[in-house]
Design a protein around this ligand. Structure first.
Ligand SMILES: Nc1ncnc2c1ncn2[C@@H]1O[C@H](COP(=O)(O)OP(=O)(O)OP(=O)(O)O)[C@@H](O)[C@H]1O
Ligand SMILES: [Mg+2]
Length: 487
């Protein structure tokens, strides 16, 4: 009945009247501001998605919307249109309302806008506003970033172009990281595994501790052991456990210490920086030429010379360059980073690289032990120790250590026979027994060889002793005779 102008004026007046007497203040956070997406809207949406699912009863209805964005493996929950949610922060209760209204027909815009106008309205008591609003919004941003990281798939970065930059000024190339390895599937001693998981959790939650103790927020792990014992799988499990990205640093592609430093500066926080096979990631022949005769190239190996042509770190990668990379001033240009080095030969590495502060935790990845075998049986055959015949279990326990088989070899036997559990176990016992017998006979052969060598050595020594004794005897006699003669 009202003409539109009058209705508008009336609404405005009512709103003004209402605001004057209301004890609440309202904040509108619209999805699009002008033509730009409002970051705060996205943050609030993510934050409320976590709050909504944990407190479904706090919403004004029992309905939540579900979404999954492209390439994300996580599902997010959201408030339905025009729904409300009550939240609490520092003892203050606030109310969120999700408001969706149809957009008026568009005239011209540089950007196609959605058909609906979406926004959140935050209701706070006026007396709480001065001390709650800002910290609450900061808190929301922080939580939203955490959720974003959890929802997004991990990224695997690599420096395949060495240290040179692409058109966006990035030295790293990235692909989605979808390695399925987790600590549940990793076969290793459960006590050691729990220790590593606690260490990682303490590290991730340890910002205050690192600040208080004046340490850079970083940690180094050295994974060492024979090939196929799960070093790379462990790195993937670590990344999945913490939700960190991985930077796989190919050292052979990096030419200078400066490039190495630039690569480090371009890594993000909450990431794992990996150098695999650190003892042999260098092409010795190429390095020999460019280094002008440095026999070990990078000088990473124990006792190798640390030649730095030019003296300013610009000539080639050196041990000192790598040491600074892991524990120098530049290593803390970001935060919350883990360095992981892997090697098959720990004894070849320079002690400086292994010291605490650089490699804080040394993890030996061993041949398959009985506890590790039980984990593999569970993941590959879906059976626990109780499902396996006592005699078979006893036999496995008997031969597993002597067999010195890697988890990679054991899992190969299980993969081949995964459809027939009994056959898999039979073949595994067979393979382990054969390997154990081979190792034992090899050991016997070596012991016999050592015994023979020892025997020969003793014989030679006793013959030499005898000869010397003979020689000594003659001399003594001669001397005696001589002396006697002289006498
Ligand atoms: N401890 C383990 N737990 C579960 N699976 C393992 C383990 N060790 C090896 N494997 C299996 O064997 C394969 C090889 O393992 P991985 O690449 O992690 O070994 P590695 O120690 O990194 O070997 P290398 O020293 O040759 O790089 C993987 O596909 C993995 O499935
Ligand atoms: Mg590996």
């Amino acid at each position: 009945v009202f003409p539109p102008e009058l209705l508008f004026a009336f609404t405005k007046l009512f709103h003004h009247f209402f605001t004057c007497f209301s004890s609440y203040c309202y904040f509108d956070i619209t999805e699009i501001e002008g033509v730009n997406t409002n970051e705060l809207y996205n943050a609030v949406q993510l934050y409320l998605s976590a709050t909504a699912v944990s407190s479904c009863s706090a919403t004004s209805s029992n309905r939540l919307s579900l979404t999954r964005s492209l390439n994300s493996s996580a599902i997010t929950f959201g408030l339905c249109h025009n729904d409300r949610l009550t939240d609490e922060f520092n003892g203050v209760t606030v109310v969120w309302e999700h408001i969706v209204t149809p957009r008026q027909s568009q005239t011209f815009s540089w950007r196609q806008l959605p058909e609906e106008k979406r926004g959140f309205t935050l209701r706070i008591n006026k007396r709480d506003k001065p001390y709650v609003l800002e910290p609450y919004l900061d808190f929301i941003n922080l939580k939203a970033n955490e959720i974003r990281r959890r929802n997004e798939d991990r990224l695997l970065h690599t420096n395949s172009r060495g240290g040179s930059l692409d058109s966006r000024g990035q030295p790293w190339e990235s692909v989605p990281f979808k390695h399925p390895s987790t600590f549940d599937t990793l076969a290793m001693d459960p006590v050691k595994k729990a220790e590593i998981m606690t260490d990682l959790r303490d590290f991730a939650d340890g910002q205050a501790f690192y600040t208080r103790t004046g340490r850079a927020w970083k940690r180094g792990y050295l994974l060492y052991g024979p090939p196929g014992t799960g070093k790379s799988s462990m790195i993937a499990a670590m990344a999945n456990f913490l939700g960190y990205d991985i930077y796989d640093l190919e050292l052979t592609e990096v030419q200078t210490n400066l490039e190495l430093r630039k690569l480090l500066m371009k890594t993000s926080s909450k990431s794992i920086i990996v150098i695999e096979d650190i003892d042999c990631s260098i092409n010795l022949t190429n390095r020999k030429e460019s280094n002008g005769g440095d026999r070990c190239g990078f000088g990473l190996l124990d006792g190798a010379p640390d030649v730095e042509s030019g003296g300013n770190g610009n000539g080639s990668i050196t041990l000192s360059g790598l040491l600074n990379f892991t524990d120098g001033l530049w290593s803390c240009c970001g935060s919350e980073r883990i360095f992981v080095f892997t090697t098959n030969h720990i004894e070849k590495l320079d002690p400086a690289l292994l010291r605490s502060g650089r490699m804080d935790m040394h993890v030996f990845m061993s041949y398959c032990s009985f506890p590790s075998l039980k984990i593999l049986l569970k993941t590959y055959l879906g059976c626990t120790a109780d499902d396996v015949e006592a005699e078979v279990l006893r036999r496995l326990d008997e031969v597993i250590d002597a067999a010195e088989m890697t988890p990679a070899d054991v899992s190969e036997v299980l993969i081949k026979n995964r459809r027939d559990k009994d056959k898999a176990l039979r073949e595994l016992v067979e393979a382990l027994s054969v390997r154990a017998e081979k190792n034992r006979s090899e050991l016997r052969r070596r012991e016999e060889e050592e015994m023979v060598a020892e025997e020969e050595k003793r014989e030679v020594e006793s013959r030499r002793g005898c000869d010397e004794a003979d020689d000594g005897g003659c001399v003594a006699e001669e001397t005696w005779n001589g002396n006697k003669n002289i006498k």
